[in-house]
Ligand binder design. Sequence first.
Ligand code: G3I
Length: 305
Amino acid sequence: GTTLATAAGETGRYFGTAVAANKLSDSTYVGILNREFNSVTPENEMKWDAIEPSQGQFTFANADRIVNHARANGMMVRGHALAWHSQQPGWAQNMGGTALRSAMVNHITQVASYYRGKIHSWDVVNEAFADGGTGARRDSNLQRTGNDWIEVAFRTARAADPTAKLCYNDYNTDDWTHAKTQAVYNLVRDFKARGVPIDCVGFQSHFNSQSPVPANYQTTLSSFAALGVDVQITELDIEGSGQTQADNFARVVRACLAVARCTGITVWGIRDTDSWRASGTPLLFDGNGNKKAAYTATLNALNEG
Ligand code: G3I
């Protein structure tokens, strides 16, 4: 293949990017998007604060711009994210207990129902586990509604959109030996054992010098896949430059291609200047939209698969 999407497609996978609605009027951005990618993830537009700024009042316009662009161009959509401790609207941040639990359930029901049939995979729950060595749940207002909030979120999403794949999504879960990785693994294993609906695990894969691409990354992906879920690389970016960065992107691609149930890769933005990272050059295209060494290494690794 001569583009990321066609090369990934030849292996039966998709290749996606995070998209910001306000950049869909940038012709350089849209040109690269339409040429290289066949899946999109709204970077912020489907988050709770964006979609339900006042309780019970849903504003889908910005998310719809991305969904409509994707559908008009034959791209899949990854929905991101239904339940998360961060980017909650102010009214939810101030809630707890049964009121918050009900608000979460209603939010998931309304949003997943509105987009029913249009979403390939939903990040149903995002970043619910703590960093560090404890393997504990992250403390949050959602967690304080009861330890079952994650399974309630998944059951609610399944009822609202039975066709979307339902994913748990997190970061720093790439190293198989990490306590957080094992904690998520145990959650997924428990869900599969008890019949709680879960179809996929998203590995955000934000890599930098503190959290590099681990040597056991492929082991992590294959171990989760062996539980009977798809795995997806959902927010890939790698700080660095030149050949070192290029090699790291190639390693990530090869790890995914080596795992049959690794069904796709999404990078977290198109050009370096589109990245959430305040400094750095973690993406595949430079600020002018030119292909970087990291792009070529990614494309070549896909074509080896
Ligand atoms: O839209 C408002 C604008 O109205 C306001 O004037 C401006 C002033 O701060 O803020 C704008 O919102 C910002 C938003 O991005 C849109 O640009 C927020 O401040 C900013 O916090 C937000 O950052 C996003 C971040 O998630 C929030 O947690 C990044 O764009 C987005 O890339 C990042 O994505 C996350 C994933 O959702 C989950 N995994 C980690 C990943 C990287 O942090």
